[in-house]
Design a protein around this ligand. Structure first.
Ligand code: COA
Ligand code: AMP
Length: 634
């Protein structure tokens, strides 16, 4: 028996152009597209070529012009500053139009890049939407990154203007953004013409004359700017994400495909209508924040919540239930780690009972594998469906999900359910042959990818092809391994590269190794992700020191930990390293990361036949035990 999901999925596979062309009718276009899908330059595909639209118009003005200006668009809920502020669609449109005027006054035009380095305040979303209004390309950088990471992004994107705030607020401390920005600009070779600083009362930043301008002063006499039509294929934003080296990948998102796909997902995947309130508890610095705090809910015309707080500690493990109840949230989306943090503090879910959360209908989880324990705890305590779904910065929206607006399939723990319409997901072996159901292989997606996914990497077409399209010709490589069962349920098991997921944050162990190996006393090193009860994974480092180094090892370990914090940022959560005499390798010199990981996680392993000297594994066990891993794990 078919259901709505099966029908829609089949339609999207049989006739992608017809399917997406129909979906695109829901978007406002200044000029309709000439062609839904341009495949004249394979393997590069473009959606809605010839079409012209404006993303900000579709997110804001469109609703105001249809008489929904009084509907609340955005609720800023900030337990760290004890603030709740609501913006209607009309008010948000006015603010964004004014800030677009400010940016235009600083010379920002269509195609110019603007870096946004901001905490979770409404001004971050206002800055993003103002860029979209002008056709400028924003690049939001997460606040937990160090100055060096910001500098790398400045050098790649070459922004005309950087927008920042004086500070961010973590649970127990104020993060001063301005010194980080100044340091990043010092380190970068491409200098922005202007920096616009939003002063927060918690921390006043000093401004550099001639370069820095004050957000509030500029807004006071800004002239609102209209929406600028852009081509569907023009970039809306660049979002840098960890690659396999210290050089992050600049994922590009276009305007047309993005608006079409994201608006559609709000109902199809999340079952959200325009009168609903929706909450994605993430950060605007991540793709989830771009897609589901800012753009998709506003395209849909519903209410979105921008939350400046943490699941615990702001002030307690009941804050999620307070927000859900106070703002009548229908569905929320976050990373499993957030629920693990709550579960750890309130294992019986007692605090849930302090609030009436009968409005709450579905919990969506993504960003890392959802462990069955966390899903079951949430199901039992919240009494709502808990839906795991799988996606990546590159894809911008879910590859696999239980599409709650189409059909609710029974949940199988460990699986994000089935491919979302538009996605032809397959499992292949190293020779690019499809494997049988249930067999593990590389998870790939048959080209073309649906609209809203990355058309390329910023000014790096060749790197885009090498990273994603060359290993499995005709397919997009997700770099995740897994399998699909006989009923079409997808299982995502592990990354096939050096990316790890720490508290839902994507990080490269290769980038951390680059930092470690720059230490003068380190001859060789390895960083790998090991299991962590709260964060899913955490990185640990192994250092082989240069011959003759006689300084205390603890000192060197402390220094490398500080180096990672200084160069990548606190978000890397790199807190553990140990010194070893040598690293286990294959005879051809490859470090046996998988084996070390298994020892660290205290799971059974076979001694690899290719190992050059098995004794090293005993040494590894001892080193891992000494830092609380392996058999010493609690
Ligand atoms: N600006 C500056 N620093 C930041 C930051 C930001 N925006 N976000 C995090 N940090 C810092 C933290 O203060 C912490 O610093 P510390 O080492 O001095 O303690 C470090 O980066 C690691 O942060 P985090 O990974 O968030 O760990 P945590 O221990 O502070 O909190 C959780 C753990 C589970 C509560 C937290 O990770 C969380 O809320 N996760 C939600 C999931 C999420 O938002 N995922 C995004 C994708 S959906
Ligand atoms: P990011 O680009 O930060 O969204 O990270 C993407 C990676 O996170 C994916 O390639 C997966 O490895 C992992 N991931 C995201 N969602 C899931 C999920 N639901 N199940 C398993 N892994 C996931």
């Amino acid at each position: 028996m078919t259901n709505q999901y099966d029908e829609v999925y089949q339609e999207s596979m049989d006739d992608p152009e017809g399917f997406w062309g129909k979906v695109a009718e829901d978007i406002h276009w200044y000029k309709k597209w000439d062609k839904v899908l341009d495949d004249s330059n394979k393997p590069m595909y473009r959606w809605f070529v010839g079409g012209e639209l404006n993303t900000c118009y579709n997110a804001l003005d469109y609703h105001v012009e249809r008489g929904r200006g009084d509907k609340v668009a955005l609720i800023y809920d900030s337990p760290v500053t004890d603030t709740i502020k609501k913006y209607t669609y009309a008010e948000l449109t006015d603010e964004v139009a004014k800030f677009a005027g400010v940016l235009a006054g600083q010379g920002v035009q269509k195609g110019d890049r603007v870096i946004i380095y901001m905490p979770m305040i409404p001004e971050a979303a206002i800055a993003m939407l103002a860029c979209a209004r002008l056709g400028a390309i924003h690049s939001v950088v997460f606040g937990g990154f160090a100055a060096k990471e910001l500098a790398t992004r400045i050098d790649d994107a070459k922004p005309k203007v950087i927008v920042t705030a004086s500070c961010g607020i973590e649970v127990t401390r104020i993060i001063k953004y301005k010194p980080l920005l100044d340091k990043a600009i010092d380190l970068s070779s491409s200098k922005p013409e202007k920096c616009i600083i939003f002063q927060r009362p918690q921390e006043e930043a000093s401004l550099i004359e001639g370069r820095d301008v004050d957000w509030a002063a500029m807004m006071a006499d800004a002239k609102p700017h209209d929406c600028v039509p852009v081509a569907a294929t023009d970039p809306l934003y660049i979002l840098y994400t960890s690659g396999t080296t210290g050089q992050p990948k600049g994922v590009v998102r276009d305007n047309g495909g993005h608006a079409v796909a994201l608006k559609w997902t709000m109902k199809a995947i999340y079952d959200i209508d325009e009168d609903d309130t929706w909450w994605a508890a993430s950060d605007v610095g991540w793709v989830v924040g771009h897609s589901y705090i800012v753009y998709a809910p506003l395209f849909k015309g519903c209410t979105t919540i921008l939350f400046e707080g943490k699941p615990v500690g702001t002030p307690d493990a009941g804050v999620f239930w307070r927000v859900i109840s106070q703002h009548q949230v229908k569905c929320m989306f976050t990373a499993p780690t957030a629920y693990r943090a709550i579960k750890r503090e309130d294992s019986k879910g007692k605090m849930i009972k302090d609030y009436d959360i009968s409005c709450f209908k579905i919990l969506f989880l993504a960003g890392e594998r959802s462990d069955p324990d966390t899903i079951q705890w949430s199901e039992n305590n919240l009494n709502v469906p808990v839906i795991d779904h799988w996606w990546q910065t590159e894809t911008g929206w879910a590859i696999a999900a239980n599409c709650m607006g189409l059909h609710h399939f029974p949940v199988k723990y460990g699986s994000p359910t089935k491919a979302v319409p538009g996605w032809d997901v397959q499992v292949v072996d190293p020779n690019n042959n499809q494997v049988a159901p249930g067999e593990i292989g590389a998870l790939v997606v048959k080209l073309p990818l649906p609209p809203g996914t990355l058309p390329t990497l910023w000014q790096a077409d060749q790197r885009f092809k090498e990273a994603y399209l060359e290993e499995f010709p005709g397919y997009y490589k997700t770099a995740d391994a897994g399998y699909i069962d006989a009923e079409g349920y997808i299982y995502v098991m592990a990354r096939t590269d050096d990316i790890i997921n720490v508290a839902g944050h994507r990080l490269s162990t290769g980038a951390m190794e680059e930092v470690l190996s720059d230490h003068p006393d380190v001859a060789e090193c390895a960083v790998l992700g090991v299991e962590d009860n709260l964060k899913g994974q955490v990185p640990i480092g192994f250092l082989v020191l240069n011959a003759g180094v006689d300084r205390p090892q603890e000192e060197i370990i402390k220094e490398v930990i500080q180096d990672v914090r200084d160069r990548i940022g606190p978000v890397a959560a790199f807190k553990t390293a140990t010194v070893v005499k040598r690293l286990p390798k294959t005879r051809s010199g490859k470090i046996l990361r998988g084996t070390i990981q298994k020892i660290a996680d205290n799971t059974p392993y076979n001694v690899p036949a290719t190992i050059d000297d098995p004794v090293i594994l005993d040494e590894m066990e001892q080193a891992l035990n000494s830092i609380g891993y392996g058999k010493a794990r609690k």
